[in-house]
Design a protein around this ligand. Structure first.
Ligand code: PLP
Length: 421
């Protein structure tokens, strides 16, 4: 064996004689896979094998990234100066994100209140690393986006799940109060929610922030779907609610959903300068900086023409109404009307205890999702992945024709369910 002219024959005889390798880090052993990614990967694999699967798992817009954003990235690439940037992002990009929030909510924010990372997911992870530690408790309303509990665990904190099913899937301030202990450190809010699509009413948000101030909690406000709201109520971030809210809130946002830029991996946080600086110190050792090309594209997205986002929102709204129409006609499925994002989250537990047309005993949402995938060739995400086993998540980030065909299959599959055994 030779490497660059060096004779490695003596070294290549190294052998560990089948002794066990060192264990994985304890921190990682309990971390769950992302069920959403697993289900969509399974759907893609079935498709690749020639099965006509309708994929209703999508967590991303099906539209292309708007042309001016692509052009800005291409021009930058052509100029040939793709180098590192400052760790927290290009100063003009940080200023643009801060300006957007400052102008929308009338609060004083500058570039040092913003940090860019490799998508909202990464920014949120960095916030957990910067603000949580051993024994801290993170309050997470359920159903929740799949990554919150795992990110809390990865920062050595303990996720404390606060159920919301009893209060119409909107966090009840009394339930939050009851879950708070002296170890509580962070409250995670996500409006509109993935998976329910529901928004927090302003009065509830105000009450939740009052509690956060009373108990001195950090608040992570995941606003990744703030531009995808379909009702008339303007979006309100907690940072609009006064100094006590601004000084403890880390807003997480992203270019992924608003500008159909999921693959560019670029997102940001807005927060108190000291927190942003601390996140920067973590990021310095994680990624140095997010992809420079994506930052240039993000600058065009945030400062350029916003009409494509508005057009995308209109198309999503039409699909939302189509999907809701279908779901509400399905016997026993109960679905609150989502006001944002691109998901419906119906309760489907009325069919638990029955057998699927293919003979699978339906005992929970995973059985329903697997049976729908294998028998009706429709991919969905089981509610158990979001901490709510009574429900199923269906995405309408796909064409009207595919929504129609997918839901026609679901309806036909439901008609063939076998009676309870
Ligand atoms: C609620 C929520 N937060 C954060 C993210 C992260 O998105 P990204 O990392 O693409 O910005 C997602 C993506 O699905 C999401 O649904």
């Amino acid at each position: 064996m030779f490497a660059q002219g060096v004779d490695l024959r003596a070294a290549s005889s190294l052998d560990s004689h089948d002794r066990p390798l060192p264990a994985l880090a304890e921190r990682v052993r309990d971390v769950a896979d992302s069920t959403t990614l697993v289900m969509s990967a399974r759907a893609k694999a079935m498709k690749a094998a020639g099965v006509d699967v309708i994929n209703l798992t999508a967590g991303e817009p099906d539209f292309p990234t708007p042309r001016p954003i692509v052009d800005a990235a291409l021009a930058f690439l052509e100029a040939g100066q793709v180098k590192y940037t400052p760790t927290l992002g290009l100063p003009e990009l940080r200023a643009a994100a801060a300006r957007r929030y400052a102008e929308t909510y009338g609060v004083a924010l500058a570039a040092d209140n913003a940090i860019f990372g490799c998508g909202g997911k990464h920014v949120l992870y960095t916030a957990f690393q910067a603000l949580c530690g051993d024994g801290d408790e993170v309050l997470i309303p359920s159903p929740y986006w799949v990554s919150y509990p795992e990110m809390a665990r990865l920062s050595s904190a303990r996720p404390v799940i606060v159920p919301t099913a009893q209060s119409g899937y909107v966090l009840d301030p009394d339930a939050l109060r009851a879950a708070i202990t002296p170890r509580s450190r962070v409250l995670v809010l996500n409006s509109p929610s993935n998976p329910t699509g529901l928004r927090l009413p302003l009065a509830t948000l105000t009450e939740l922030m009052r509690i956060a101030i009373e108990h001195n909690l950090w608040v992570f406000s995941d606003e990744i779907y703030d531009q995808l709201c379909y009702d008339a109520e303007p979006y309100v971030s907690p940072i609009a609610l006064g100094k006590g809210a601004v000084e403890r809130t880390v807003v997480v946002n992203s270019l992924s959903k608003t500008y159909s830029m999921t693959g560019w991996r670029i997102g940001y946080a807005i927060g108190p300068a000291a927190v942003i600086e601390a996140m920067g110190r973590v990021q310095a050792h994680e990624t140095s900086n997010p992809c420079t090309i994506s930052q240039v594209a993000a600058l065009e997205a945030l400062t350029g023409d916003q009409t494509t986002t508005a057009a995308m929102r209109e198309r999503f709204d039409a699909r939302r109404r189509l999907m809701l129409d279908w779901v509400r006609r399905l016997p026993g499925w109960i679905c609150p009307e989502p006001q944002g994002a691109f998901y419906v989250f119906p309760r489907v537990d009325s069919i638990y205890g029955r057998r699927s047309p293919g003979g699978r005993w339906l005992q929970g949402s995973l059985d329903v999702a697997l049976a729908l995938m294998e028998e009706a060739h429709v991919a969905t995400v089981p509610g158990v992945a979001f901490g709510e086993d009574a429900c199923l998540r269906l995405s309408y980030a796909t064409s009207r024709a595919l929504i129609d065909e997918g839901m026609r299959r679901v309806a036909a599959w439901l008609e063939q369910l076998q009676p309870s055994s």
